[in-house]
Design a protein around this ligand. Structure first.
Ligand SMILES: C[S@@+](CC[C@H](N)C(=O)[O-])C[C@H]1O[C@@H](n2cnc3c(N)ncnc32)[C@H](O)[C@@H]1O
Length: 218
């Protein structure tokens, strides 16, 4: 199942389009808001941002370089102007092989099921140049059965305060409970299976855990 950020948030708020209004408001396990510093990074040429709609955080940082792809037009329409925005499924990208030196995914993988993630890792490896890098920021997704998770909830809802070089953005990302725990070892094995070398993998603590990975295409 694909999850749209807007649909999810509208459902939570009990507002929005007809579909959102007819859906009962899902009960979520809410994690307290957490600050997260998002440091600027050097990049030459185009930056492919996967799942780049919504807040469009990477596009805010590199507006003239980002090519933001997202499955949903409304997500791209919500994000600030600047990047080149294209409705495109990251499991089947329309780019030729080896087009980008840099790719990013900012809290996008948490919206994908494992089979979708596997395809996205393979596709990202394909469209990167040899030696190209993929920078990933995401949340560690616990399972409902894990200690402390509120039973009867649909999934985790993470509230953030992102500290970017030039602005602060407050938002929340909610998703469904995964069938497998999506933590660093999980993502490491996905990356290695797709032929990436792991140049950096670090977790940040807090109310909930987030991680950052930097992957290199061989
Ligand atoms: C948390 S949201 C947006 C995060 C966004 N990077 C930001 O800065 O706010 C994750 C996004 O991933 C998108 N997405 C999910 N599956 C996708 C896929 N297969 N291809 C492209 N985008 C996808 C969703 O539509 C959603 O907009």
């Amino acid at each position: 199942m694909q999850i749209t950020r807007t649909g999810f948030l509208m459902g939570l708020a009990g507002i929005g389009g007809a579909a959102a209004q007819t859906q009962p408001r899902p009960k979520m396990h809410r994690f307290e808001r957490q600050p997260l510093k998002v440091a600027d990074f050097d990049a030459e040429g185009y930056v492919l941002d996967i799942g780049g709609g919504g807040e469009g955080i990477i596009g805010r940082m590199k507006p003239s370089q980002v090519v933001a792809i997202d499955l949903y037009k409304n997500e791209l329409m919500e994000s600030p102007a600047g990047p080149l925005k294209i409705v495109m499924d990251a499991t089947e990208m329309k780019f030729l092989d080896g087009q980008f030196a840099t790719a990013t995914a900012f809290f996008s993988l948490m919206y994908m099921q494992p089979e979708v993630q596997r395809k996205v890792f393979a596709e990202t490896a394909r469209v990167l140049k040899p030696g190209g890098r993929w920078m990933v920021w995401d949340a560690v997704l616990p399972m409902l059965a894990d200690p402390g998770m509120e039973q009867g909830t649909k999934g985790p809802l993470f509230y953030f305060e992102f500290h970017l070089p030039r602005e602060v953005v407050k938002t929340g990302y909610g998703t469904l409970w995964p069938q497998v725990r999506m933590d660093l070892p999980y993502y490491r094995s996905l990356a290695e299976a797709a032929g990436f070398r792991i140049a950096l993998a670090e977790e940040t603590g807090g109310q909930f855990r987030t991680f950052r990975m930097e992957l290199r295409k061989a």
